[in-house]
Design a binder for this molecule. Structure first.
Ligand code: SAH
Length: 204
């Protein structure tokens, strides 16, 4: 059982996720945004994988896909991105068995300004996280931002925490991050790095 540390940060957890993930990306990398939502993570990943890289994005809502497509077109980055209207638990249908993921992001919960009825659920979030981990390259990084304030959020977070605690610590290092001012309903960020076959450790 992995007893991961709880780190605190002054940054917004969305920034803490992207600035940490960034170190695993480079021109030519392959990355996945598992919850497109408002598209900011997709945009970030598209920049970081460079002109030779590739990003897959998943969302179950057409509105999220459509508005993100417009934003990426405007930024001139749509050529390196595929936006897929499907549940992230299906993501391996869109990968080859040998596909290597360098970075992947989940931003859970509901779409801001969208329907609060459409939320992520651990029944599909955890299979999706497991699928990403199966393809994560040594040194590759995964971030999962879990919200605990909406109905269902705390349950999803609890299931994720239980899932991550069973990951072997010599294969994947898991870290949980909170804002300096925490509360029982504040979001939490999980950071997962594949350390198999590497000597990499988390930066301080
Ligand atoms: N809570 C975040 C935003 C999350 S957006 C914030 O406040 O900034 C989460 C996105 O995940 C939504 O657009 C939603 O449609 C999408 N989503 C929900 N279930 C999904 C699933 N099973 N597969 C892929 N995307 C999903």
């Amino acid at each position: 059982m992995q007893k991961f540390t709880l780190a605190t940060t002054n940054d917004r957890l969305t920034s803490a996720a992207s600035s940490w993930l960034e170190e695993a990306l480079f021109d030519g990398a392959f990355a996945i945004d598992c919850t497109i939502g408002n598209g900011y993570d997709t945009l970030f990943l598209a920049h970081r994988v460079g002109p030779n890289g590739k990003v897959l994005g998943f969302d179950v809502q057409e509105i999220a896909i459509a508005s993100t497509r417009e934003m990426l077109k405007f930024a001139g980055l749509m050529d390196r991105v595929s936006l897929i209207l499907d549940c992230h638990s299906q993501l391996e249908k869109y990968l080859l068995a040998r596909t290597i993921i360098y970075g992947a992001m989940f931003n859970l919960g509901y779409l801001p300004r969208g329907s609060r009825e459409i939320i992520t659920h651990s029944q599909t979030t955890i299979p999706a996280v497991a699928a990403v981990i199966r393809h994560l390259t040594p040194g590759g990084r995964l971030t999962v931002l879990a919200y605990r304030g909406h109905p269902g959020g705390l349950t999803e977070y609890g299931h994720l925490q239980a899932f991550f605690s069973k990951i072997l610590p010599h294969e994947y290092i898991v870290e949980e991050c909170t804002k300096t001012i925490d509360s029982p309903v504040a979001p939490r960020l999980f950071r997962v790095q594949n350390v198999r076959g590497t000597s990499s450790v988390f930066p301080p």
